[in-house]
Design a protein around this ligand. Structure first.
Ligand code: ZN
Length: 338
């Protein structure tokens, strides 16, 4: 089968590799659509050390079940969204309902060997398959993964309907957080972003979108009686956005970090400790949060279509990666359709 193999920074090649075979409890899925994630771009450029040479990346996918083991064989031919996380199911975290934090978890396209979704086929556990509704496109189905990340972040935020919030960064994750907030009546939603195209996108999806150079803190404090928001969400994860998020959050409020742009940052403790602010990470999603994301897409309770700006073939994918890595392409979500 054809697959995009990552050999090192800015070195991605379309190659013929051995197609995977499904084992016990697994399904062979023909990939229909797979999104290029910010983490794939960090991996591609070498900015993140989390990808090893020879890897086939790709974890935001939908596809069609070609064959499935056991009772799941009835799913053959079905269109599905694929949850890329495979926990071990036996550790303390798995047993306490936190399989996404399993230290032995394997993630398709990250650490499952040469088996990611920038390829014609993947093999995944049958429990990772969630059916897609008729009328939902393959690309929409692939958006279940970033949407699930947003569902997790908003669940952790504790934000309720009618509460204002601030989202830092209007890339795919930030915009998915916006869509989940709006589906739950959370708002007004302020967003800060650097790239003009994405500021426009955030505004068109209902956010009070601000340029990252604006007085974000001032605007958010003004809009909420000078108190700040009870929770802000950082979908960038860099020093300046973390500081803005903290400053816009009221005392004893929470900052949820979803982004991971920098491995370490300077943190001004005088903006954290005396105010009893809380900083928490949000990672991936629980299985039920992934299913929730698929339900939101299947019912169009959240419409991800505006985020889908460009589709490329496997042949054109290396150029698409390069254009995203250099910033030449400001598209929110680029889909690869093998
Ligand atoms: Zn585990």
């Amino acid at each position: 089968m054809r697959a995009l193999v990552w050999h090192g920074p800015h070195d991605l090649k379309l190659e013929e590799i051995q197609a995977p075979r499904a084992g016990a409890g697994e399904a062979l899925v023909k990939v229909s659509a797979v999104g290029i994630c910010g983490s794939d771009i960090h991996g591609y450029s070498g900015a993140s050390g989390r990808r090893t040479p020879g890897t086939v990346m790709g974890h935001e996918l939908s596809g069609t079940v070609e064959e499935a083991d056991g009772a799941a064989s009835q799913h053959t031919g079905q269109r599905v969204a694929v949850n890329p996380l495979t926990p071990d199911g036996t550790c303390a975290y798995c047993q306490q309902g936190m399989p996404h934090l399993c230290p032995n978890r394997r993630v398709l396209g990250v650490n499952m060997g040469a088996a990611g979704a920038f390829a014609e086929y993947v093999v995944i556990g049958v429990d990772n398959l969630i059916p897609l509704a008729d009328g939902i496109s393959d690309a929409e189905g692939a958006m279940a993964e970033p949407l699930a990340v947003a569902v997790r972040a908003v669940n952790i935020s504790g934000l309720q309907a009618g509460e204002p919030t601030l989202i830092l960064g209007a890339g795919t994750i930030g915009l998915c957080v916006l869509l989940v907030c709006r589906s739950r009546g959370i708002g007004p939603v302020f967003m800060s972003e650097r790239i003009p195209h994405r500021i426009e996108m955030a505004r068109s999806l209902g956010a009070e979108a601000l340029s990252a150079d604006d007085d974000i803190t001032g605007r958010v404090l003004d809009a909420n009686g000078g108190l700040g928001v009870s929770c802000s969400l950082d979908a960038v994860g860099a020093g300046p956005t973390i500081r803005q998020g903290l400053m816009a959050t009221r005392r004893a409020g929470k900052l949820v970090l979803v982004g991971l742009a920098q491995p370490s940052v300077d943190l001004a403790l005088y903006e954290l400790v005396p105010q009893e602010r809380v900083i928490t990470g949000s990672y991936a999603y629980r299985p039920e949060e992934y299913r929730e994301a698929v339900r939101l897409i299947n019912e169009r309770a959240v419409d991800v279509r505006p985020l889908l700006e460009r589709t490329v073939s496997l042949d054109d994918a290396p150029d698409a990666f390069e254009a995203l890595a250099t910033g030449e392409d400001p598209s929110v979500k680029v889909m690869v359709e093998p």
